[in-house]
Design a binder for this molecule. Structure first.
Ligand SMILES: [Zn+2]
Ligand SMILES: [Zn+2]
Length: 377
């Protein structure tokens, strides 16, 4: 039983965006594996919190979740899929930027002068196999850090000066001296007031509280090329978090998840499907319809088709992502032996069986070759 998203984040149902954000940041700080190495469940708990935040921080998803629960999200393809991210650090950078834990929660290094590049954002998009075959466009919404519109990123209330940081005397660093059994140990750490800049706004910007960045909800339409495979990433440059101190923005990575199609298995560019053909029709030869992405297509099943025989439809698979040829559709024939015979059918089959000779079942294949084929299947 999945836990309630509000419960996971430890907020009331009526919590506003700021409370939800704050609670998630607190949880992320506690649960990050860099900090919480002793709790083996920390990674799972972090993923759970990220999933809850992903839903509750998006007004449309939150409304669906409130009204219909997780079912409602799944129905619209909005269910969070934290496994789409390779690792916790991928997941972490999706929410906080690629600077890692230090950059997200302070103590990180910031370049002077050139600014710091913004973090990358990773979002997942789930598409159907048919869309992977044809190519599609997906609309995504994601949250990213943007330059504060009031202070334009410098963190100072407009018209107020930026001054040397008092806490570190403008050096951007603290030195702490610890007495240990081995003597004095000097530890240098980044100033937690100015984040290593050495300069702070005298009056912090009222909009961003001096951070220079604000969270922004963005929508983007992403072209997914035909032939894409599950787990492949599409990179959109400069669509990630805004940079700091004039640094360039990071990139947006879209991890494409391809949903399974109950009609087909994918094998590279090839598709494999299984069709049932009743034994008498397999013996006589028949015409059947097989599913393709362009609708059902008739194919001939030759007389004497055996269980497991494969009929190949050239070029009915998926297109190659870059170069190469379009794959095939491999139709595996499952010869269905009739069951629950009526009296008449039984009599007919009995009469048929009496007429059978060795020639009816003799195959051109030797016994060993047949065994190998069956065992390989
Ligand atoms: Zn601002
Ligand atoms: Zn400082």
């Amino acid at each position: 039983m999945a836990r309630d998203y509000y419960e996971i984040l430890g907020v009331q149902r009526g919590a506003d965006d700021a409370q939800i954000k704050k609670s998630f940041r607190r949880l992320a700080r506690e649960l990050h594996p860099d900090v919480n190495a002793h709790d083996p469940d920390a990674e799972e708990k972090f993923k759970e919190a990220a999933a809850a935040y992903e839903v509750l921080s998006d007004p449309e998803r939150r409304r669906l979740y409130d009204a219909y629960g997780e079912e409602g999200l799944r129905g619209r393809g909005y269910a969070p899929d934290m496994d789409a991210f390779g690792s916790v650090s991928d997941l972490f950078s999706a929410f906080f930027g690629s600077g890692g834990f230090d950059a997200a929660f302070g103590g990180g290094r910031r370049g002077r002068g050139g600014g710091t590049q913004g973090g990358d954002v990773v979002v997942a998009a789930a598409i159907d196999l048919a869309d992977a075959a044809r190519g599609t466009q997906v609309e995504l919404s994601y949250e990213a850090a943007a330059l504060c519109p009031v202070c334009h990123g410098n963190g100072a209330e407009p018209g107020t000066p930026i001054v040397a940081c008092e806490r570190c005397g403008g050096t951007g660093q603290h030195q702490r001296v610890a007495r240990t059994a081995f003597g004095q140990l000097v530890r240098t750490s980044v100033c937690d007031v100015c984040d290593g800049d050495g300069r702070v706004p005298e009056t912090p910007c009222h909009e961003c509280q001096g951070a220079g960045l604000v969270r922004e909800q963005r929508r983007v339409a992403v072209d997914v090329p035909p032939g894409i495979s599950d787990g492949q990433r599409i990179r959109l440059t400069r669509r990630g978090h805004a940079g700091q101190n004039g640094g360039p923005p990071g990139d947006l990575y879209v991890v494409v998840r391809v949903r399974e199609d109950e009609r087909f298995l994918r094998d590279g560019e090839d598709l494999v499907t299984v069709v049932d053909v009743p034994a008498p029709l397999a013996a006589l030869g028949t015409s059947i319809e097989v599913p393709t992405f362009d609708g059902p297509v008739p194919i001939d099943v030759p007389a004497g088709t055996q269980p497991g025989d494969t009929i190949v439809l050239r070029g009915r698979g998926l297109p190659p992502l870059s170069r190469g040829r379009t794959g095939d559709l491999r139709v595996v024939v499952n010869v269905a032996i009739p069951r629950r015979l009526t009296r008449e059918q039984r009599e007919l089959l009995e009469r048929f069986a009496e007429t059978m000779t060795d020639d009816n079942t003799r195959s051109d294949e030797g016994m060993l070759a047949k065994l190998k084929r069956v065992l390989a299947g």
